[in-house]
Design a protein. Structure first.
Length: 557
């Protein structure tokens, strides 16, 4: 017990204020915690949703409670089973399990209707004929109170009749609504007789054409939480002003349970669009390769690019939870994937901008094999053999005919080590008619063979390379941040980064033959790459750059 108490005290100092609320509310019955992740199935989840998934499922996991996966499918005009299935896949991929607790708001439509009828009978709801424009005029402003609807004092009998006829489909969309009867003079506009049902003659992805009236989110959501026995309804800060309405619906529903709504700041990331509406626009305009484009911040996009669930969960843990809106540097997410892949990924040699090197004094027709570690930081990944011969390729940027100061790579009369093999020295170059270098000529020192125990002269540069005779040509997709800005204004213009994707041919050592889609590698001195799951084939490999090797992010000490 003393150890548990100490652990709780430590949690209280993590900055995650939600732990404090849970401990105060549940006392010693912490395993009674029941949270939920309640996405609307109207699009694909993004990194911001990952924060909510990790928070809700993580809290339940920590306290030995439960977390429900529930789809808030109350708007049939925008929802689809495609989104339902993608969301389920994303949650599972992140490593969370909802067990037998998969729910849909649509499963409660009959109960919602029953509670709406109760509110009418209790004199707490009425059918209103105001148009949306008239309703906006009656609502008032932040500084002026609203006015009562002329239909507010209809009798219970008339309201019940009209609401029944709304349900039966007698009225056109937008002609009538059911509104809660609360207070048109409330300083909180959300409490000024909010709409709780609207007419929508639309087929629902689960209930078909059974209903032509649908509950509003602010009415349905608290009822879903209450019906499922949710103890803590954790949502983002934009719902803080909706909390009085959340409580009003629960308290007047006739249901026994009363969840506690807690708000936290939503995730903002630099150079990243976090609006589902804007992301959908990018897809619909054909500016990206679908929802799973590796530049997209969608979970399926991050998965295709090569991010791991462990890295995303580590990112969500590092950013923490607060009530203050802030923007996280996107380089932190890159840092998390590097830290995760560093001990896991095999290190291979790949040349993205090839320059031929001819070793003049190496015997023609001769080939040697050299053994190289698959990952110097993880012996368990073993070793591999690479072939070496007279002609190889190195990166163009690893050679300068007129080297600048402190250039420690290959240059005339300079010596470098070729990874895992020999020292070589540049003795000349070939150029085309335009003066462009087409090949570099070198000599090698056979006494410097790697692993031979050579301990003579030292060199400062070690270059990666591929063997010209057996290297594999592949496509490298170099991804960068998709956006040049991240406007706070939800209606602000999106400015795409013109360099968000560069495609080039690359040469890779043959050890990657037979690699699987989604498999991740470190391209030596270049970055982390993933075999594309959509476009890559055995005879035409495509590698997505996940992140470069270097980052501007520095972890706190």
């Amino acid at each position: 017990m003393a150890e548990e108490s100490k652990e709780m005290d430590e949690l209280a100092n993590t900055g995650n204020f939600i732990h404090n609320y849970i401990q105060q509310d549940l006392g010693e019955n912490l395993s009674r915690l029941n949270t939920r992740f309640p996405p609307e199935p109207n699009g694909y989840l993004h990194i911001g949703h990952a924060k909510s998934i990790c928070l809700n499922f993580g809290l339940a996991e920590y306290y030995g409670g439960k977390c429900n996966l529930r789809f808030d499918d109350t708007n049939p005009t925008k929802e689809d089973t495609e989104y339902v299935e993608s969301i389920k896949e994303d949650v599972k991929w992140l490593g969370f399990d909802w067990g037998d607790r998969l729910y849909f708001a649509s499963s409660y439509f009959d109960k919602f209707y029953e509670i709406a009828v109760k509110l009418i009978k209790d004199g707490k709801a009425f059918v209103c004929d105001l148009t949306p424009e008239e309703m906006k005029e009656y609502r008032g402003t932040l500084s002026t109170p609203g006015k009562n609807s002329p239909y507010r004092n209809r009798s219970v009998e008339e309201n019940l009749d009209l609401f029944t006829r709304m349900k039966n489909g007698e009225f056109a969309d937008g002609t009538r609504t059911l509104r809660a009867k609360i207070d048109m003079s409330s300083p909180n506009i959300n409490m000024r007789d909010p709409v709780i049902y609207r007419i929508a003659h639309a087929s629902h992805h689960r209930t078909g054409d059974k209903w032509c009236i649908y509950p509003m989110y602010d009415f349905a959501h608290p009822l879903e939480d209450t019906i499922e026995g949710i103890t803590h309804s954790i949502c983002t800060m934009e719902f803080e002003d909706h909390r009085p309405l959340y409580n009003w619906v629960v308290e007047n529903s006739g249901l026994a349970a009363h969840p506690r709504q807690i708000e936290f700041a939503r995730l903002g990331v630099t150079n990243t669009v976090m609006s589902k509406r804007k992301l959908r626009a990018l897809v619909e305009k054909g500016l990206v390769d679908g929802w799973d484009d590796p530049r997209m911040p969608t979970i399926c996009g991050l998965r295709r690019r090569g991010y791991t669930p462990e890295a995303i969960r580590a990112f969500c843990e590092k950013i923490g939870v607060s009530k203050a809106n802030s923007r996280v540097d996107s380089s932190l997410l890159d840092y998390c994937i590097r830290e995760d892949l560093k001990p896991k990924a095999k290190v291979v040699m790949a040349v993205l901008n090839p320059l031929k090197v001819i070793i003049d004094n190496y015997p023609e027709g001769m080939t040697e094999e050299f053994e190289i570690d698959n990952n110097p930081e993880n012996e368990a990944l073993g070793k591999r053999k690479v072939k070496f011969s007279r002609e190889i390729y190195i990166e163009k940027e690893d050679f300068m005919e007129v080297p600048v100061k402190k250039f420690f790579r290959l240059a005339p009369d300079k010596e470098v080590r070729l990874k895992g093999t020999y020292f070589v020295k540049c003795v000349g170059v070939d150029k085309d008619e335009n003066g462009n270098i087409t090949a570099v000529h070198c000599t090698y020192d056979p006494e410097t063979r790697s692993g031979s125990g050579f301990s003579g002269r030292k060199v400062k540069g070690t270059l990666h390379w591929v063997n010209a005779a057996d290297c594999i040509e592949a496509e490298a997709r170099l991804y960068d941040y998709m956006m040049l800005d991240n406007p706070d204004d939800p209606d602000g213009e999106m400015i795409m980064n013109p360099n968000s994707l560069k495609v080039s041919k690359c040469l890779v050592e043959p050890s990657i033959k037979g690699c699987e889609k989604g498999e991740k590698f470190q391209f030596m001195r270049n970055g982390y790459y993933c075999v594309d799951t959509k476009d890559s084939r055995d005879d035409a490999l495509v590698f997505n750059r996940i992140v470069p090797l270097k980052s501007s992010f520095k972890p706190a000490k």
